[in-house]
Design a protein around this ligand. Structure first.
Ligand code: 13P
Ligand code: SF4
Length: 348
């Protein structure tokens, strides 16, 4: 009994050392008391992982108690895809959203891939079906079909190549075809088209009409207001933000790229135009820097919780187990593998 109690207090101390500078609820930081409350659950989940040869992949947008309490890998969509492909685990719990778990299943077909909450969709992935993409392809027969990874597995299966926020420009610029059907993010397509034009790359992008309900909330006046208050402010945004935001940013990139930028920047203040989970990670890992409140919550990412992760590891329900039809998985895998190949090719 005494051993179990001391094991839990070590776990609580471990959590507190990682979370102490992170907001727990708006305006209040994590306390040792709160870490003591969650320690039994994180300890139980970490023990279940050992028993089941399971790994937890967490996107940086999920709550920090997941990212720092139980995740084996914490990163952006690209790095988590590689982790899913290479982990060798029997069970993968994806604390993120469903399209990420589908990608993990395609890349690691022998593993049991689980999602804590099946309702964790994505406004981009849910904006376009495989049938709708087939119809769009009929209107653009000469275009290379490029899907952003924030898409369903059926859309990936209909695409020539997949991209993530970190490699979209490099992959699209490297394609032979002049015409590109880029789905389902119409805003990222506009940002790509602008960048290609600026760099003198002759391509015409067609798109569908999806957008991210989180990143499309940022407006340029927000940036102007904060720049007036903090002249040394570095504005950091995700390429799912509108072109007017991108044009006013000091850095634009994937969530992994945004973390790298902050780590190596000398700026004292940062305005992060992305989901709040990333700001929690930055607070935890950059204690000398200050983040100006600006982030927004993704309701889908926030469906993940420690309790749901414990429950899915103990007894998954049918809808928490990700299954992908073999023919669709094989076509989707080809599009994802082509991304790995093109993303790794040195640029001329
Ligand atoms: P990243 O691949 O940059 O982490 O983006 C994922 C995402 O869903 C952004 O909204
Ligand atoms: Fe989808 Fe936007 Fe949420 Fe990312 S932040 S998972 S793009 S809804």
């Amino acid at each position: 009994m005494a051993t179990a109690t001391s094991h839990l207090s070590v776990e609580a101390e471990r959590l507190f050392s990682l979370l102490l500078d992170v907001d727990c609820t708006p305006g209040s930081k994590w306390t040792l008391e709160r870490c003591r409350e969650i320690a039994p659950l994180t300890a139980e989940i970490n023990e279940l992982k050992r028993e089941k040869n399971a790994v937890i992949l967490a996107h940086s947008y999920v709550n920090p108690e997941i990212v720092y309490g139980v995740a084996d890998y914490r990163s952006d969509s690209y790095a988590l895809s590689l982790a899913a492909r290479d982990s060798g685990a029997d069970v993968i719990v994806f604390a993120g959203v469903v399209f990420m778990a589908e990608t993990a299943k395609v890349l690691s077909p022998r593993a049991t891939v689980l999602v804590p909450d099946r309702a964790s969709g994505c406004s981009l992935a849910d904006s376009l079906s495989g049938d709708e993409l087939r119809e769009l392809k009929r209107h653009h027969p000469d275009a290379a079909v490029v899907c952003y990874i924030n898409s369903s597995v059926e859309v990936k299966a209909e695409s020539d190549v997949c991209v993530t926020s970190g490699n979209a420009y490099k992959v699209v610029a490297s394609l032979r075809e002049r015409e590109v059907l880029f789905v389902p993010d119409s805003i990222m397509a506009r940002n790509l088209q602008d960048e290609l034009r600026r760099n003198g790359v002759d391509k015409v992008l067609h798109t569908s009409d999806g957008s991210c309900i989180v990143h499309d909330q940022f407006t340029p006046d927000l940036i102007e207001t904060e720049r007036a208050r903090y002249p040394d402010l570095a504005v950091v945004s995700h390429p799912e933000c509108a072109p007017e935001i991108v044009a006013r940013s000091d850095y634009v990139g994937s969530t992994g790229g945004m973390m790298e930028f902050v780590r190596y920047s000398d700026a004292p203040y940062f305005m992060m135009l992305t989901e709040c989970g990333l700001v929690s990670r930055l607070e935890a890992e950059n204690r000398d820097k200050r983040f100006i409140s600006s982030c927004k919550l993704c309701p889908y990412m926030k469906l993940n919780s420690l309790r749901k992760i414990r429950d899915v590891l103990v007894a998954p329900t049918a809808d928490q187990v990700i299954e992908v039809e073999p023919a669709i998985a094989s076509d989707a895998r080809a599009a994802i593998d082509r991304m790995f190949e093109l993303a790794a090719t040195p640029q001329r």
